[in-house]
Write a protein that binds this ligand. Structure first.
Ligand code: ATP
Length: 887
């Protein structure tokens, strides 16, 4: 039992040195022996089962029923065609779903959790999957526990174990505990940390005792079936639309059947016609096409460093009009360098490349306290940990006060970790005659707990005058966009608890560090503003520092546009909500303020994206419309609560993601409107001919062929349209806006009507050529075959051409670039080849009851087929004029 044995025993059994960890070769060997550290998911769906899932569809049942009827009647060719189309359609669906699934899987892989592990004497971040028993793992707040771990060291460690025990209040952990009772329950094993639970506070170190399915969570296999399949609002709406259209289709079918019955038409033919009409009317391809466009879209987004975790986020992204962003690391580079310090009433510059600086005794105290109160490391030009602390460790090196040496002389015996509410961190280290507390953090908060200060080697009371002096220096440094951090200490003779550390301190001094803005952010802010999006800065830093940087980046113009956390507290909720639009910068805020800010913006109907990285940021990430977590500095908790992760922590990426989101939405819209136009065209052609007692211009198999095969490729290709550069010159979309708003519905109806009418016109021409009229009732079979071929080709060709004009609602096909979407050109070419194949290869021509056309006929057919495209292009000319006048 791991919890009942001493640390030494366990380390010995697992054959590992606590200080160096496993060496790399041994880790590789154990990985082979124990396998990857991951819980077994549910078995993957096989291709065969995916194929059969495609067949589980109302429409397919209808078709299979139709096939059965045709077999009973002896129309074997029709039956074969129906079955062939069903299978081909399922294969296309299967390929799409497979691709979409692969894309999502790849994204999940990218967001796999990582762990800090000691290997060959160095601390490294590795994929948690690579952990093996015996690995020494560092635990810090915000990370998931990657395996079952026996704790070796703990400092105020708290772990939330609800995944395992159901208990949502974090448990306190203590590495020193040992339990002799073998029946100690999991919840009471305070010297253990279990896989999939979450560090909420403090730090710790431990040795991995079990991985993968050998862990406690693996044994109960509780979280295995995490289903990520979630329909986006758009998919839901489309499904509803599909259902409505389905009902309408059934209504029309019944109607047609009744009319045909009254007219005394051939019943079997009308049965099939009704079914094919249903096929034409039900937009069964929509969900699959939306899924593939979304999946390919998120793959594209991952290439620009934005990993979308939840598909609905893609749609919402396009509507975002407020981006709330952290400052440090997102708007700035998070490359901190100390450039000034202030001790004994003196500000001193610290040259960038300086080494071997001589420290006065007060300077020495300042740097020593800062370095001892840091967890970061800096060795051989590389730092690990919080950049603010790395800057302090580097400062120590400049004064020859290296972290390693200081830490060995003054071993740390206690600590109170940093949290963004207190904005302070403290450690307790051994000092010559006892112990010393070192506390560093936000100067305003330090001043609240300091009573004395160190000046020229003497500890004197912190008078009002001296306080003001400190505040003045803070203000000056902040106005220069510097991040200011103070430090203080107090001596004790005994080891004290963390709650007693932060009081009665002796303030030593301050440092000012620069953190240059990210170069690309300025341009992104201009772009965001042009796109009707308001960038907002939210930071834990000092107001003046925040405003200085906000001004430099173009987020704010004056200090009046900023508000601090304490000012927020002074306002009533109502006043804050009413005045929120006046502000662009929120400084010295805590995570709870972030929630308040999100809610206030949302109250005004804004669609808000909010960034976050810390453990306490989960609520604000969840309450935002789009929660954005940082990939590099973010904790596992913030990543878990987010909708999107930035792998480069960069503000510009959010703006790019919004652009992609808008484009993806537009592309989906194009595919859907296109498919609906095509379906409508087919319905109109058939319905009109039944209504007016004309012969049916298209046979059921022909409709099936066009509707399920030739349509599909251009629809997918439209979904893959390259982004429109002008999309960021427009205001964000209103999320409540109907899918058919802004003329999209009109376009679908117009396109459908034109396609339908032209199909009938082609049919009419076909009959006319042999001297027959639409109303004639003794048309020979040969003539019908010819006229139907004309209709068949015009229907397919007009849809293929129409897809070209669907690429943009107002720009002409030339402005968009005829060849800028080669997928679409390919889809159109394939469509024509298929169509040509069907009418020219005798075997297929006989099956589909069509014939080869003459060159003259082809000319005519192409001419007809181009009409919907041209009319739409002419309408666009007017729309462009109107847009210009409106500007
Ligand atoms: P942002 O929210 O834009 O990322 P931030 O990084 O400045 O801003 P926090 O990390 O919450 O926000 O820091 C808030 C304040 O806490 C800082 O201004 C600084 O005074 C103090 N602080 C930051 N890091 C530490 C640390 N490691 N130890 C002690 N104090 C710190």
């Amino acid at each position: 039992m791991w919890f009942s044995r001493s640390q030494e025993e366990i380390l010995k059994e697992l054959d590992v040195n606590l200080h160096t960890g496993l060496n790399t070769e041994e880790a590789v060997r154990r990985l082979e022996e124990y396998g990857e550290n991951k819980l077994k998911g549910k078995p993957k769906k096989s291709i065969i089962s995916l194929f059969f899932i495609q067949l589980k569809d109302m429409l397919i049942y209808v078709l299979l029923g139709a096939a059965l009827v045709t077999i009973i009647i002896g129309e074997y060719v029709d039956a074969i065609i129906i079955l062939f189309v069903v299978v081909l359609n399922a294969v296309i669906g299967l390929v799409q779903e497979y691709k979409a699934e692969k894309a999502i899987e790849a994204l999940q892989q990218m967001t796999a959790p990582k762990s800090l592990v000691k290997r060959s004497g160095e601390i490294k971040e590795v994929d948690s999957q690579e952990l093996v028993p015996g690995d020494i793992v560092i635990l810090d707040a915000g990370r998931y526990i990657p395996a079952d771990i026996r704790l070796i060291e703990s400092a105020n460690l708290q772990i939330e174990e609800s995944a395992l025990t159901g208990e949502s209040v974090p448990s306190n952990k203590d590495a020193k505990d040992i339990f002799t009772d073998p029946k100690t329950s999991l919840g009471d094993q305070s010297n253990m940390a279990f896989m999939s639970t979450l560090t909420t506070y403090g730090r710790g170190e431990g040795v991995v005792v079990a991985t993968a399915m050998d862990t406690q969570i693996g044994k109960i296999a509780k979280i295995l079936d995490e289903d990520i399949e979630e329909m986006t609002p758009l998919q839901k709406r489309l499904e509803e639309l599909g259902k409505t259209l389905g009902f309408i289709a059934i209504g029309i079918c019944v109607l047609i059947f009744i009319i045909a019955l009254i007219q005394g038409r051939d019943l079997f033919e009308m049965f099939l016609t009704s079914i094919s009409l249903a096929v034409a009317a039900i937009p069964e391809g929509l969900p699959a096409i939306v899924a593939i466009v979304l999946a390919l879209g998120v793959t594209r987004m991952s290439k620009i460093n934005a990993i979308v975790k939840k598909l609905p986020a893609v749609e919402t992204l396009g509507c975002v009009n407020v981006i709330c962003s952290d400052k440090t690391g997102t708007l700035t580079q998070n490359k901190m360098t100390v450039v000034k310090h202030y001790v004994s009433n003196q500000v001193k510059d610290i040259p960038a490349e300086s080494t071997g600086l001589e420290a006065t005794s007060d300077e020495k105290e300042l740097v020593k306290s800062f370095v001892l109160c840091s967890d970061a490391t800096y060795e051989n030009g590389e730092g690990t940990g919080d950049p603010t602390e790395i800057a302090l460790v580097v400062l120590g090196d400049k004064y020859n006060l290296s972290r390693k040496i200081l830490n060995s002389q003054h071993k740390r015996v206690g600590e109170k970790p940093f949290d963004s509410d207190r904005k302070l961190m403290s450690t307790l280290n051994i000092e010559e005659n006892g112990y010393r507390v070192h506390t560093k953090g936000a100067v305003d908060n330090l001043l609240k707990i300091a009573t004395k200060t160190l000046i020229d080697g003497k500890v004197i009371p912190l008078t009002e005058e001296l306080r003001n002096e400190y505040l003045k220096v803070v203000e000056e440094m902040s106005n220069q966009a510097l991040r200011v951090l103070g430090v203080g200490y107090k001596d004790t003779t005994t080891i004290i608890e963390s709650e007693d550390m932060e009081s009665d301190l002796i303030l030593i001094g301050l440092v000012g560090m620069i953190d240059p803005p990210r170069l690309e952010v300025k341009a992104s802010i201009i772009e965001a503003k042009a796109a009707g999006i308001m960038p907002i800065m939210i930071t834990g830093d000092h107001k003046n520092t925040a405003v200085a940087i906000a001004k430099e980046l173009g987020i704010a113009d004056s200090i009046e546009q900023s508000l601090t956390g304490s000012e927020i507290e002074e306002m009533s909720d109502e006043e804050f909500t009413n005045r929120i639009n006046e502000y662009r910068v929120f400084a010295r805020v805590s995570p709870e303020h972030k929630v308040k800010i999100v809610k206030a913006y949302k109250y005004h109907g804004n669609i808000v994206s909010m960034t976050g990285d810390g453990v306490n940021d989960a609520p604000s990430l969840k309450s935002a419309d789009i929660g954005v977590a940082m990939g590099i500095t973010g904790t596992d908790v913030s990543k878990g609560a987010s909708d999107m992760i930035l792998t480069d922590d960069n503000f510009s990426t959010i703006v790019h993601a919004i652009e992609e989101g808008r484009n993806i939405y537009n592309n989906i819209k194009k595919s859907v409107i296109f498919l609906l136009s095509c379906n409508l065209g087919e319905v109109i052609a058939i319905f009109a001919s039944v209504l007016f007692f004309w012969p049916i211009p298209l046979l059921p198999t022909q409709i099936l062929w066009i509707n399920l095969i030739t349509d599909t490729f251009p629809a997918i290709a439209l979904g893959l349209d390259p982004g429109d550069r002008d999309v960021m010159k427009k205001k964000p979309r209103d999320p409540k806006e109907s899918f058919f708003a802004k003329g999209a519905g009109f376009r679908a109806i117009l396109g459908g009507t034109l396609i339908g009418i032209l199909t009938l016109v082609a049919f009419y021409f076909g009959l006319k050529e042999y001297g027959y009229n639409l109303g004639a009732n003794d048309i020979p079979d040969g003539v019908l075959i010819y006229a139907r071929t004309m209709a068949f080709v015009v229907l397919a060709a007009s849809q293929l051409f129409y897809s070209l004009t669907m690429r943009h609602p107002t720009k002409s096909i030339v402005q968009v670039g005829l060849f800028s979407n080669l997928y679409l050109i390919g889809a159109i070419v394939i469509g024509f080849i298929l169509q040509l194949g069907v009418i020219s290869i005798p075997f297929f021509a006989r099956a589909f009851r069509v014939q080869m056309l003459s060159l003259y006929d082809w000319g005519l057919v192409i001419l007809f087929a181009l009409v919907p495209l041209f009319i739409n292009e002419i309408i666009k000319i007017f729309l462009r004029r109107k847009d210009k006048q409106g500007e």
